[in-house]
Design a protein around this ligand. Sequence first.
Ligand code: AR6
Length: 176
Amino acid sequence: MKDSRVEVVKGDITKQKVDAIVNAANTSLLGGGGVDGAIHRAGGKAILAECIKIRDRQGGCKTGEAVITTGGNLPARYVIHTVGPVWSSVNADKAATLLANAYLNSLKLAAKNGVRTIAFPNISTGIYHFPKQEAAAIAIETVADFLSTDTTISKVLFVCFDDDNYDLYQQRLGNS
Ligand code: AR6
């Protein structure tokens, strides 16, 4: 049965009024295109300044791991930067594990920081070319597994920007 803590919305993640939004970043943490570019543009310089500090301290963020910064000028208090895998047919199994890790480590970091409401983009399904249907299945299953034992997070939003992802998530989680 659908968990009432999980919701699908269509739109721009930078506009979400949640405690934390998740960024589909890259290992450098220094910004890029897609949702990463949108988050840094909307959130302002404070986010990049913290990313640079983290990079200086630990050399960026490995694929499947997550780090946390301020939300800067965003409505969200925090940005959790995670790095999804670059998908290719020769490393599909590894990519699936790494994508699940990106969701799981973001949730763990959120819970550790007292985040109660969190919004995810569709990690790796843009520039990194992860097949959208499989990515949606992994994202939904990983979140459901985490919520089955977690008592701190009260809302998880899947924020879908493109029609394909929105339709896939609606089919799996929507009410209509
Ligand atoms: N709000 C929500 N979702 C968005 C937004 C937005 N404003 N803009 C795009 N998306 P991508 P990736 C969706 O390419 O595949 C960057 O350069 C988009 O429709 O942003 O993980 C990073 O620096 C897609 O479904 O991330 C990395 O180098 C989803 O966000 C690389 O791209 C993810 O697409 C990461 O690639």
